[in-house]
Design a protein around this ligand. Structure first.
Ligand code: ADP
Length: 319
């Protein structure tokens, strides 16, 4: 293999740049030519492809977002879209591809692999919802963004003796809510993996109030429901002054934490090694602090599991 490509696809995540840097530098270290494909699979179809040098990835390890930009591309889900992408790969002589993104992006990588273009997936998403890895690139940064915000909310919540409902990202996975809740000592954590326990939440709020607590923080993952509605229900049921904050896309940005930069560097470099070893249709990951790789289809057939022991612990610590 002499020429490989790299793209970022789907939802962006802090640390994607550190992963791109690792892929580019590791490829050049192995005397490969490395091409950057902008705007994910859309850019692949459009031929938005340029060769990258050592300097192309200078001064990006600390930046959020992705210098290769990202996109969603419905056309690539079709045979015709994939054929167009392959034509571009042929035109540039690119023999293998590293795809940094979430599970949707990995499905695209699988399709290309089936059609004879070896791909390796690098898990980049703030949601931490990809099976086959304990952590995804961007999760730690998003988590730190959330806890910094909640620390600030806590100050004002105390001054005014208020209950706050804070909505964080996570349509299907409650990892951000769970970890942020434990890290921030939230009174209640609402995640899609657990049944709604509204009356327990209310009971806990009342108990806290009777003990003289000045504030309460409830963290709600977006997949559970609407935070504004939830805040209204609390106010109606318990008559507590309730405010709602939706953290939204702040969670997607910002300079990646050290943990995300290190993870991205390790996973990006490992992906290049795998492609050089002739592996294809696999994703890299980290499990028990050891780098691993799995067949994409086998990994994605598993269900992402949240750590329910942590959920139990957060309840025990916030009695
Ligand atoms: P993420 O990678 O963050 O999960 P998406 O699910 O939006 O984000 O997927 C990103 C892109 O990956 C899609 O816009 C599409 O181009 C490509 N993709 C997703 N699913 C498939 C599929 N089944 N076949 C081919 N390409 C796909």
């Amino acid at each position: 293999m002499k020429k490989i490509g790299v793209l970022t696809s789907g939802g962006d995540a802090p640390g994607m740049n550190a992963a791109i840097r690792a892929v580019v530098r590791k490829a050049i270290y192995h005397d490969l030519k490395i091409y950057g494909i902008r705007y994910g699979y859309q850019g692949l179809i459009d031929g938005n492809i340029t060769e990258m040098e050592l300097g192309s990835v200078g001064d990006i390890i600390q930046r959020g977002g992705t210098v290769l930009y990202s996109a969603r591309c419905e056309e690539f889900k079709t045979e015709e879209g994939q054929r167009k992408g392959i034509e571009q790969l042929k035109k540039h002589g690119i023999e293998g591809l590293i795809v940094i993104g979430g599970d949707g992006s990995f499905r695209g990588a699988e399709k290309l692999t089936e059609k004879g273009y070896p791909c390796i997936g690098v898990p980049g998403t703030i949601d931490n919802d990809i099976p086959g890895t304990d952590f995804t690139i961007g999760f730690d940064t998003a988590l730190n963004t959330v806890i910094q915000a909640i620390d600030k909310i806590r100050d004002t919540a105390t001054s005014h003796e208020r209950t706050y409902v804070v909505e964080v990202m996570g349509r299907h996975a409650g990892d951000i809510a769970l970890w942020a809740g434990l890290a921030d000592g939230a009174e209640s954590i609402l995640i899609p993996e657990q049944p709604d326990n509204f009356y327990e939440v209310i009971e806990k709020l009342k108990r806290g109030h009777e003990r003289g607590k000045k504030h309460s923080i409830i963290i709600l993952a977006e997949g559970v429901g609407n935070a504004v509605e939830y805040g209204k229900r609390i106010k109606e049921e318990a008559q507590f002054e309730t405010r709602v904050t939706v953290l939204g896309h702040t969670q997607r940005g910002g300079s990646p934490t050290a943990a995300d930069r290190v993870l991205a560097s390790r996973l990006g470099a490992r992906a290049v090694d795998l492609i050089l070893e002739g592996k294809a249709g696999r994703m890299v990951g980290i499990q028990n602090n050891v780098l691993v790789d799995h067949v994409i289809s086998e990994a994605l057939a598993q269900e992402h599991k949240i750590d329910l022991d942590m959920y139990k612990l957060s309840n025990e610590l916030s009695i």
